[in-house]
Design a protein around this ligand. Structure first.
Ligand code: ZN
Ligand code: ZN
Length: 414
């Protein structure tokens, strides 16, 4: 059978994923998760990993049919369980030096027809079991990266009116363009892109802003930044000393807001695809860091449920800046996938903060991070607040305002 996916480009993507995304080190083991349909990319990644001197590459595949079988036939009790042994094994592998790659591409609406109660219980059980492994990722203990594969079901969500092969080809092209592998030398293109992002983070870190003030139609939001926050973006160094690019693609620079110092109103600029549901036209009001009013034109019940997850779910854990001219924004596509959609626009995230977004973050205890304003929660959900009209001022501790964005683009010196 022929495939509508350009195999040369797929090999270049594998090369970028292993050598830029992970920067896999000789002798390093690799744990690779992927949908079974992504096997062509799994094989290409394994080949690139072994060429880079990998120890052992262990793929773990998922399948939408297997996932749906659970919801159709699984006993009710089973929705409160998760494979803790698998996640414990992953954490053990990370402690022993393994790297981690996730290839994503699942149908974003896979569970949309299933009982929301079961979906929520299964998600919660999984979050709890996954915690020891997730902490290594969230704390950036090891080099890890996410890349993506154009599965048919995902492609049909984005391009519902196209024939199957055309939809897959269109999504493949969008992935290759956003991942900068449609250039003759993708590794060099990534070096240039990382250098440009580093210029932005360096400038922001030198400003030491106390807050960012966002204004655009429906938005007048002041986001206080955490004490000792640090901006990150593009390549950064994991605690194991390996410099990697956790997201392929990536366009954002991001840091940690202060959990108690967010005030004002904000309107979403793109729909949020969350666990098979679409939440659209979100409007929330913050008071001293907490969301005290929340509305959505579509999916409001899902939004309210999300906000009720735990105490930290009503507070911010991330603020990120992405110019409107980003290639993902210019594609005009809604990918129904955070990896892409969060790189289309400035965004904020409800929930857990990243400890790496603090000066000396690796050596701070969870209590110190909380004291400095870092939020904690079981969720981390990004939603888009930026667009062509977004203006942002940086506000210093003495109240001076510095233009950061004007009309959706960087106003700061490049
Ligand atoms: Zn982000
Ligand atoms: Zn995020």
């Amino acid at each position: 059978m022929s495939t509508p996916i350009d195999l040369d480009a797929l090999n270049r993507l594998a090369d970028v994923a292993v050598n830029v995304g992970l920067n896999l080190q000789p002798g390093q083991d690799l744990i690779l998760t992927a949908p079974a349909e992504a096997l062509p990319l799994v094989r290409a990644v394994a080949a690139a990993a072994y060429r880079a001197g990998a120890g052992v590459v262990t793929p773990i595949l998922s399948d939408p049919g297997v996932t749906l079988a659970r919801f159709e036939h699984g006993s009710d009790d089973s929705f409160d369980t998760a494979p803790a042994w698998l996640y414990a094994g992953m954490a053990d592998a990370y402690n022993n030096g393994a790297a981690r790659m996730a290839i994503v591409g699942e149908d974003p609406m896979l569970l949309s027809e299933q009982d929301p109660e079961k979906v929520a219980r299964a998600g919660k059980a999984n979050s709890i079991a996954y915690k020891p492994a997730l902490e290594k990722i969230a704390n950036f203990a090891i080099n890890w990266s996410i890349a993506s594969y154009p599965t048919l079901d995902w492609a049909k969500r984005i391009f519902p009116d196209m024939a199957d092969e055309d939809a897959v080809a269109a999504l493949a092209d969008a992935i290759f363009a956003a991942s900068r592998v449609n250039t003759p030398d993708p590794v060099a293109a990534w070096a240039d892109h990382n250098a440009a992002l580093a210029t932005r983070t360096k400038w922001l870190n030198a400003q030491r802003f106390a807050a960012l003030h966002f204004t655009s139609p429906g938005t007048d939001l002041t986001v206080g930044l955490a004490d000792g926050h640090e901006w990150h973006g593009g390549a950064s160094e994991a605690q194991n000393g390996v410099t990697c690019n956790p997201n392929i693609p990536t366009e954002e620079v991001f840091t940690t807001p202060h959990a108690d110092r967010v005030n004002g109103t904000v309107r979403s600029t793109k729909p949020l695809s969350h666990q098979g549901s679409l939440i659209d036209e979100i409007e929330v009001r913050f008071e001293n860091g907490v969301i005290v009013e929340a509305r959505a034109a579509k999916g409001e019940a899902v939004l309210q449920k999300l906000l009720d997850t735990d105490d930290g779910a009503r507070k911010l854990g991330e603020v990120a800046l992405v110019p409107h001219s980003s290639p993902i924004s210019q594609s005009g596509l809604l990918f129904y996938n955070t990896l892409y959609d969060e790189n289309a626009a400035c965004h904020i995230a409800l929930g857990q903060c990243y400890s790496k977004c603090f000066l000396d973050g690796a050596n701070l205890t969870p209590e110190q991070i909380a004291d400095q304003g870092g939020n904690s929660s079981m969720i981390h959900v990004d939603w888009m607040i930026g667009g062509p009209d977004t203006d942002i001022d940086g506000i210093t501790a003495d109240g001076t305002r510095v233009p950061v964005f004007r009309g959706g683009e960087w106003a700061a010196p490049a």
